[in-house]
Write a new protein. Structure first.
Length: 216
């Protein structure tokens, strides 16, 4: 964001496998920020903008073999570009904080570690649309694959395409997120998502306080 860095809002992302409880924790963090007097917007990926939401439906509905991993990466990259230009960057420039349910780490984990697209290629795609832009803080909600899939199975709706992929895919996915957290520990924090919702929320607040220096 160049010379406007001091004036712009903060960008916080939540990551994790299926059933990790990201949507709930995003909602609770946005509420906590509002209570602290911080203007925050909630969004998600894929999606978050009109065209991006149309792409989301292509990605998360239907049979697991509907797309290969490279096709997924291209679709989600197009959706992300629309999301950044129409929603994320304008909000940050206004001074609002943005809390996003998934971002680029999900692409690296799902299509890279999970789907086998070379991670260097995914990094090039990201730089093409976002340059050196990155989240200020990424919270990775981690839990055992079996527990996550059990939780995900209780959700309603048609967004089950990734849930229905095989167990080995989900194991690679989990390890991918843990690897990302290890490689980028300055940006990422791992939260034990196997705990109850309140405990996870308190852990999230603790990380936000310590990493971003705000009183929640």
């Amino acid at each position: 964001m160049g010379q406007k860095e001091l004036n712009r809002g903060r960008f916080i992302t939540f990551e994790g496998g299926e059933g990790a409880g990201k949507s709930t924790q995003v909602q609770r963090l946005v509420a906590a920020l509002a209570q602290a007097g911080i203007r925050a917007e909630r969004t998600r990926e894929p999606g978050g903008a009109e065209g991006a939401e149309e792409i989301r439906r292509l990605l998360v509905e239907g049979e697991p073999d509907r797309w290969d991993a490279l096709s997924e990466a291209l679709l989600v990259t197009a959706a992300r570009r629309a999301h950044l230009r129409s929603r994320i960057w304008p909000a940050l420039e206004r001074g609002a904080w943005v809390v996003c349910d998934r971002f680029a780490d999900s692409t690296m984990a799902y299509q890279g570690y999970g789907g086998g697209v070379p991670r260097a290629d995914l990094a090039v795609l990201y730089r093409m649309i976002a340059g050196d832009f990155a989240p200020d803080l990424t919270l990775i909600l981690d839990l055992p694959v079996e527990l996550g899939l059990q939780r995900a199975a209780t959700r309603q709706g048609n967004e089950t395409r990734f849930e229905n992929m095989d167990r080995a895919f989900h194991e690679r996915l989990r390890q991918g997120f843990l690897d990302i957290a290890r490689l980028e520990s300055h940006r990422c924090a791992i939260i034990d998502a196997a705990a109850d919702t309140d405990a996870v929320h308190h852990a999230v607040l603790g990380v936000v306080r310590s990493r971003l220096g705000i009183d929640l």
